[in-house]
Design a protein around this ligand. Structure first.
Ligand code: SPD
Length: 357
């Protein structure tokens, strides 16, 4: 009987000990999340072979999920119940996530490859000192068009999009900031404008674009434009580069009234379970050869100065996708306009979408 009691006590002590150990590991910053890494990225935004190589190199299994807008990503992370270790938001979303305490500060000692990033992409106002985010890709918003299908229009001005010859020929990327920004820029306003009369004016102007808009779409915009299903698209520069790789007839231009210069950076959301693995992944993606392969695969512009040396000159020397500082200096970066104003932009964009129906 005594022996039974002793065995029972040993079992209870071991079980309680294991419970405490598990709880400690779960709450500790270094917990390896069962050696998995959950990545939450934009669709079509990484070379899948690189994920396989990272898994092989580190023994970490990657779980990969995608989003199609900063707003969708923000809502999901704000709601909680997720365990993303890495995400790749744009600048204004990073600023909002910082404000809401949704990000983990980075340990730079674990990111030796950070030295390869062009200093022009570091220390930007949305994350001074890169305390929370590391550059991944950057680019502009502009117009991709098929010269054979647009009757001589050149899109040096946003105004060209309203030309009656483009009836049912335009695809718009499905982004509230991008579409509202285009409407505001076409009127000579800032794409960060918060003046209600300007926002309403932009919405009315967008409503007048409706006859020319064939569809508002996600990543399929690339396939549709490359396949000549539409003549013109409002797109991110990296998508334009991929489309033009598929169909050499097409061209990309940033209209002269101004447009958006954006930055997508890697971050570690507060919900992360594998912070160690997240740093390993960031450092892996910062490796110049890896960054170059990724840029070549997805078509977006790399902020990694050393990686440029591994890219063919026809890519790194293409001013449409690696524009001069003179041009980028004239473009505007989206500001974090605050929760209410961002929601208002989304509402206006939604109203524009409903107007089309
Ligand atoms: N298919 C990948 C799209 C990534 C684009 N990010 C651009 C965000 C600009 N705010």
């Amino acid at each position: 009987m005594k022996q039974l009691v002793r065995m029972f006590v040993v079992v209870v002590v071991v079980a309680v000990g294991l419970m405490y150990l598990t709880a400690y590991l779960n709450s500790s910053q270094g917990y390896t999340g069962g050696n998995t890494l959950t990545i939450y990225n934009w669709g079509d935004y990484i070379d899948p072979e690189l994920i396989a190589e990272f898994e092989e190199e580190t023994g970490i299994k990657v779980i990969y999920q995608t989003f199609d807008s900063n707003e969708a990503m923000l809502t999901k992370i704000e709601q909680g119940g997720t365990t993303f270790d890495i995400s790749i938001p744009s600048e204004y979303a990073i600023s909002k996530m910082k404000e809401e305490g949704l990000l983990v500060p980075l340990d730079k000692s674990k990111l030796p490859n950070l030295k390869h990033i062009d200093p022009a992409f570091l220390n930007l106002s949305f994350d001074e000192g890169n305390e929370y985010s590391i550059p991944y890709f950057w680019g502009t918003v502009g117009v991709v068009f098929n010269p054979d299908m647009v009757d001589g229009l050149t899109f040096n001005s946003w105004e060209d999009l309203w030309d009656p010859r483009l009836r049912n020929k335009i695809l718009l990327l499905d982004g509230a900031r991008e579409v509202m920004g285009m409407g505001l820029n076409s009127l000579g306003y800032s794409l960060n404008d918060t003046e209600e009369s300007h926002l309403q004016e932009a919405k009315r102007k967008l409503n007048r674009l409706t006859p020319n808009v064939k569809a508002i779409v996600g990543d399929e915009i690339k396939m549709l434009l490359a396949g000549e299903e539409a003549a013109v698209g409002l797109v991110w520069s990296g998508d334009a580069s991929e489309i033009m790789g598929e169909n050499e007839k097409l061209d990309y231009v940033v209209p002269s009234e101004g447009s958006n210069l954006w930055f997508d950076n890697m971050v570690i959301p507060r919900t992360a379970r594998n912070i160690e693995g997240a740093h390993l992944f960031m450092n892996f993606m910062l490796d110049p050869e890896v960054a170059a392969r990724n840029a070549e695969y997805v078509g977006y512009s790399t902020p990694n100065a050393k990686a440029l040396e591994f890219l063919p000159e026809e890519i790194s020397g293409d001013e449409r996708f690696y524009p001069s500082r003179e041009l980028t200096g004239k473009l505007e970066v989206y500001e974090n306009l605050g929760k209410r104003m961002l929601a208002h932009y989304n509402e206006l964009f939604l109203e524009f979408k409903m107007h089309r129906k």
